[in-house]
Design a binder for this molecule. Structure first.
Ligand code: SAM
Length: 243
């Protein structure tokens, strides 16, 4: 039986990680194809998602899906739990390569261990928010986008990491896939897609670029809308009464 981590425990994970690994870094130490790999990355990369996710859920309530577990899962889990929605996280390894957690973070946290191409064969929901930060290459991210964009709720958002690396040398595929690779090509395609609005923070998320892709709401009734005036009549009445 899965034992869930309490909210207090979730919040104290940050502190424990600091005590174990130093104040502001996550580490991966391990072996890959016979090579010893050491990676150390600063913590706190997801402050923009942390700020935006509750607002997105407020307007478009639905599940969150994440490809690539880690510190991002803890940020998404807090908001999913607050809004009583499911968080689906997919990775090759529980807790991701930085071993941020060992078991599900709250009751509605559903973890899939395996490649994203396997996950999408099983997932049949309509998420409000998707976060893509798994394998860093165009072909895989394109496959993930082709699956999630049609299923995303109108007004929902796909966040993507590694979309605007600062130097060209980061855009080459390296043997281990640690670099952002050519994910930027998927971002450039989306920028030409009239079905979505795309905004990129180049200096966010380890300076490798964080992109937000918002799927437009259906526009068929757009001519009927009058801004948000119909929604503020209560306030208008209050203003009239006060005069
Ligand atoms: C850069 S890390 C994700 C970092 C994470 N978002 C965080 O906040 O720490 C990329 C993750 O994607 C996983 N991964 C690599 N290829 C994948 C694939 N094809 N499908 C799913 N996950 C994959 C790796 O195991 C690794 O944990």
């Amino acid at each position: 039986m899965v034992k869930f981590i309490s909210r207090d425990r979730l919040l104290s994970l940050d502190k424990e990680c600091d005590e174990k690994y130093g104040t502001d870094h996550l580490r991966f130490q391990g072996e890959y194809e016979g090579h010893e790999i050491h990676i150390r990355i600063p913590r706190g990369s997801w402050n923009i998602m942390d700020a935006l996710v509750p607002n997105i859920l407020k307007h478009v309530l639905g599940d969150i899906v994440e490809i690539g577990m880690g510190e991002s899962s803890t940020v998404l889990a807090i908001h999913a739990e607050d809004f009583n929605v499911k968080l689906h996280s997919c990775d090759l390894k529980m807790g991701g390569m930085f071993n941020v957690f060992e078991k599900e973070l709250f009751e509605d946290h559903i973890c899939f261990i395996g490649k994203s191409e396997e996950f999408i064969k099983e997932y049949d929901g309509n998420p409000s928010i998707v976060f893509l930060d798994g394998e860093h290459n165009y072909d895989v991210v394109k496959m993930e986008l082709d699956f999630f964009l049609p299923r995303l709720k109108n007004g929902g958002v796909i966040f993507m990491h590694d979309t605007m690396p600062p130097v060209e040398s980061n855009t080459f595929k390296d043997k281990y896939g640690w670099n952002p690779g050519d994910v930027y090509m998927a971002r450039r395609e989306l920028e030409r897609n009239p079905e979505v609005d795309v905004f990129t923070w180049p200096y966010s998320a380890l300076n490798q670029g964080l992109t937000m892709v918002m799927k437009h709401r259906e526009r068929t009734d757009y001519w009927k809308l009058n801004g948000r005036i119909d929604h503020i009549h209560v306030k208008q009445k209050w203003v009239k009464d006060a005069l």
